[in-house]
Design a protein around this ligand. Sequence first.
Ligand code: NI
Length: 184
Amino acid sequence: MISNKILINIKSLNMIYPILKIPNKQLREKSDPILDIDKDIINILDNMAETMYAAPGVGLAAIQIGIKKQLVVIDCQYGENQKKNPIFLVNPKIIWRSDEKTTYKEGCLSIPEIYEDIERSSKCKINYRDKKNRLQELDCEGLLSTCVQHEIDHLNGILFIDYLSRLKRNSIEKKFIKINKRSS
Ligand code: NI
């Protein structure tokens, strides 16, 4: 079971949310597009960044904190230089992917301690709305390309373990069902 306790970071007054873990069914839901980027949405985005850095992780989709909205925060470089430079994506869409593929050992905050090689397009291009509701385009390569595809998958209820063999996926899911039972 996941604790519902919300920790408050006094310094920034942002909230750190509990992150949903598999087999929570919400992780399989499709997120809704944002129609209006108002104060509440900005607040959710800031709290998502805080939650991601605290975890720590390099990307987080809103559904991972139980909010069914097309919101993503990514900061692929944080681990390297400790400087926070989050990218906030509202309604992100992949508009192009390269045929060339790259394999990267992926992990997910909703599937802790599992890392598997996943093949994805080496490069991709996305469009999205930024915090100020401006339409942006972003060319992604390297870890950013992997991360963007992983997070946009979350908005469609897709997890990286879905790309594994059924046998491997089943064994990972079983492990988490057991953990879930033990702690509830
Ligand atoms: Ni993930």
